[in-house]
Design a protein around this ligand. Structure first.
Ligand code: BEZ
Ligand code: FE2
Length: 433
């Protein structure tokens, strides 16, 4: 009995070793100076990966375990991060540079309406590919594309990055809402056919002022029943708040002019409560009160923080300190080139770092790195955003210009000194931008 147990044990042991040897044929062992694990920066750590992370250990131990693996040792002062996640971008306006009017929200919106056709016409696949490449060069391996027409789907299937493809629902007018909803469903279906090309189908609600509550509820029910990621622009401008609260202000003229109405289709509390059953990624929320933020926290929602977009459209500052106190998870996102001068995620992190000047520097820098890695990965249920066994092998390797004087400063120094990352790896493959 004992003999046969030993035999079985030896057989299993040999079998396991055989499997590992076989695995090591297509494995890479990567050793950088620092590795970002569990919000800390470790030295003397290497990782072994195929399309997923297989093991984390010292280089010597991994070499013993996977003798046939390719060894990749980087230069000095490199940091291995999980690939970055930009949760909110509009690719279809990527041709805008100097056309749109910045400074205040409604004049900007007027300029979007005036120039929309030209901007969208100029924005061909080449322009959108360039936008994807700009994100890639800054280490973004996953992004959330907000799509009003579906025109960016082809580029999103071709880009090496994973794309959360947010089909956007718009339409406040009851008479056209059904038609727009049908179009939205069709776009959603088309994106579902691209799952094998790196597309994660998802739903975006344009905003509280521009979506009729009846179709809003229908779209939310689709997101709940099909477990799709859900996002919505929310309380971006002072004008939006005034319109939803009092049906007055600059949006009154806007709605009279373009929609012949002086009535808002919803109010703030009705809109937020529509999302009670599904944790949602709200973009901006700059004009939300403490009470509204507390409500978002209670319902497990998250926020996309777009500091440069908010600054350029005169919308104000998101009080991140309130979010931190309330425990609301937030991402840092670029928004589109319709309200930004680049899609480089490090430009956005630097803007956030400078904007929130009262936040403790090192602590906030670490939080910013989380806001483009583990935090968005968690709320969108992505198998990435962390260097952990079993996670997808999506990485961004950053090279610091010099040796950091302390590991506590690495997040800050990364944010200050990185424009382009040294290497991007997605699903275990090196990607050149
Ligand atoms: C709407 O479709 O109702 C709408 C679209 C853009 C801005 C405002 C309203
Ligand atoms: Fe946006």
């Amino acid at each position: 009995m004992l003999k046969s147990s030993i035999k079985i044990f030896l057989f299993l042991y040999k079998f396991k070793n055989m499997l590992e040897l076989k695995k090591s044929n297509y494995m890479t062992i990567l050793k950088t100076t620092y590795t970002y694990i569990n919000e800390n920066f470790y030295t003397n750590i290497a990782i072994a990966y195929s399309h997923k992370i297989e093991a984390i250990d010292s280089l010597a131990n991994l070499q013993i375990k996977f003798p046939n693996a390719i060894i990749k040792e980087t230069k000095a002062n490199t940091v291995l991060y999980p690939g970055f996640i930009n949760t909110h971008v509009h690719l279809e306006f990527s041709s805008n540079k100097t056309t749109l009017k910045y400074g205040e929200f409604i004049p900007w919106l007027d300029s979007v309406i005036k120039n929309r056709e030209d901007l969208v016409a100029e924005c061909d696949n080449r322009v959108m590919k360039k936008a994807c490449n700009e994100m890639l060069a800054s280490g973004v391996t996953t992004f959330g594309a907000i799509s009003s027409f579906g025109v960016e789907l082809e580029v999103c299937t071709q880009t090496p990055q994973k794309v959360i493809f947010f089909n956007e629902l718009i339409g406040s007018n009851a008479t056209t809402a059904d038609m727009l909803y049908a179009d939205f469903l069709e776009r959603l279906d088309t994106s579902k056919n691209c799952i094998n090309k790196g597309i994660i189908p998802a739903i975006a609600i344009h905003s509280p002022y521009s979506v009729h509550p009846i179709v809003l509820k229908r779209a939310i029910n689709v997101a709940i029943s099909e477990k799709l990621p859900l996002s919505a622009h929310f309380l971006e401008s002072q004008a939006e708040r005034e319109w939803l609260e009092k049906e007055s202000g600059e949006f009154l003229d806007f709605f009279k002019k373009f929609f012949s109405t002086s009535r808002a289709v919803t109010n703030i509390s009705e809109f937020i409560e529509s999302f009670d059953e599904i944790p949602t990624h709200f973009t901006h929320a700059v004009q939300a009160t403490k009470e509204e933020l507390a409500y978002l926290a209670e319902k497990n929602h998250s926020i996309a923080h777009c500091p440069r977009s908010n600054r350029l459209l005169g919308c104000g500052r998101l009080p991140v300190e309130e979010l931190i106190t309330l425990g609301i998870p937030f991402s840092v996102a670029t928004d589109g080139l319709s309200s930004n001068n680049s899609l480089n995620i490090f430009d956005e992190l630097r803007a956030s770092l400078m904007l929130h000047h009262q936040a403790p520097l090192d602590k906030f820098s670490n939080l910013l790195i989380k806001a483009i890695t583990s935090v968005p990965a968690k709320f969108f249920n992505l198998n990435s955003g962390l260097i952990e066994i079993g996670k997808d092998a999506d990485f961004a390797i950053v090279t610091l210009p010099d040796m950091p004087s302390s590991v506590e400063d690495i997040a800050l120094q990364t944010i200050l000194h990185t424009n382009e990352v040294t290497e991007v790896i997605i699903g275990g493959k090196i990607i050149s931008s």
